[in-house]
Write a protein that binds this ligand. Structure first.
Ligand code: DAH
Length: 339
């Protein structure tokens, strides 16, 4: 092929390509032009490169030089076009479809889960009465979940079918591991670490293999309270629970104790609360059993204490008139948005 013909074709291709890129209005048009002219397989520049092979040998260097220049021109035209259309997407002056007066997309702002809100309220109320928050592990050993709490080996609460035991290999100090079935474990953990007086609450998850229904779930939350000092009496327990209940529910709430039994308190009571002309059960409480005080190295002749354990779901459900605690765990935003 004569050099003049090759160069003429090249000039025509360059002009056509630059025009195509300049007039491309949007990203798809730029891409179509890129494929047409710069496509690696069947682009027109590629075809022109094949023509280079047919130029007479002495003229090849001149043809090749011009080919490379044209290639750079077309690539520059492509880059300029790509840059132009990408800038106009953001509402730049070249964009015709973007309406900057349309309101933005409002981000959906969430809030704390009702149970978390309840736990924060409880911490705040009892914090005002001088209780500090203590934490304990959800995976516990038998010593903290049962033994130090005076719950003997043959107690029905220790039945493997009533607990989530973990598969543990060999003998462990503290006994086999399980998911804690009550937050009373934290009483032991705190007293083991701290000499009296203590005044703590602990809130968190507990686990029992119960079938889920309106009032049961295999995981739920408890708030535990413990106060140990000189001269602590049941009157103190009742005062604290009454102040707590009237702060959380509002108004003049009465507290009723019914005799009960828990291995770690003596005497033990079920705690009921008057609410809208009825009594509702809030949980258990009592005076810390001397065996428990001894198990952690306290002297029961020196100090006495009270403890209580209440269901967080229960108080939250009462206050908000939720009739099925399973609602708390479904994560249905239509339910959660109401709190
Ligand atoms: N841990 C008991 C339970 O889960 C509740 C309880 C009863 C806690 C009496 C206490 C207490 O601290 O004194 O059923």
């Amino acid at each position: 092929m004569p050099l003049a013909d090759f160069l003429a074709d090249l000039e025509a291709l360059s002009a056509e390509a630059r025009k195509a890129f300049e007039s491309a209005a949007d990203a798809p048009a730029v891409e179509a032009a890129r494929v047409e002219f710069l496509g690696a397989k069947s682009g027109r520049l590629k075809a022109a490169q094949k023509g280079l092979g047919k130029v007479e040998k002495p003229e090849k260097p001149a043809a090749g030089k011009r080919f490379n220049e044209v290639k750079r021109e077309i690539e520059a035209a492509f880059e300029a076009a790509a840059d132009r259309v990408s800038r106009s997407v953001g509402g730049g002056p070249a964009s015709s479809t973007f309406d900057r007066t349309i309101p933005g997309i409002r981000p959906r702002i969430g809030h704390l889960h009702p149970l978390t809100q309840t736990m924060q309220d409880l911490k705040e109320i009892l914090g005002r009465l001088g209780f500090t928050v203590a934490d304990g592990p959800e995976i516990e050993d038998e010593r903290h979940n049962f033994e130090a709490l005076n719950i003997p080996a043959d107690h029905p609460a220790r039945d493997p079918l009533e607990n989530f035991y973990l598969a543990t290999v060999g003998k462990r100090v503290g006994g086999p591991l399980l998911l804690r079935s009550q937050t009373s474990t934290v009483q032991i953990r705190v007293m083991e670490q701290t000499p009296p007086p203590v005044r703590i609450i602990s809130l968190g998850r507990v686990y029992r293999p119960d079938t889920a229904d309106a009032t049961h779930y295999p995981m739920f939350h408890q708030i535990e309270g413990l106060l140990v000092d000189r001269h602590v009496t049941m009157a103190d327990l009742k005062s604290v629970l009454r102040l707590f209940a009237s702060s959380y529910f509002g108004g003049d709430v009465h507290i009723r104790f019914r005799p009960s039994f828990f291995p770690f308190t003596e005497p033990s009571v079920e705690v009921d609360m008057s609410w809208n002309d009825g009594w509702i059960e809030m949980g258990g409480a009592g005076m810390v059993d001397p065996h428990v005080l001894e198990a952690v190295g306290y002297d029961p002749e020196e100090v006495t204490g009270f403890a209580f354990g209440l269901g967080v779901e229960r108080v939250c459900a009462r206050r908000h008139e939720v009739t099925d605690i399973r609602e708390f765990y479904k994560n249905d935003v239509r339910f959660l948005e109401q709190f």
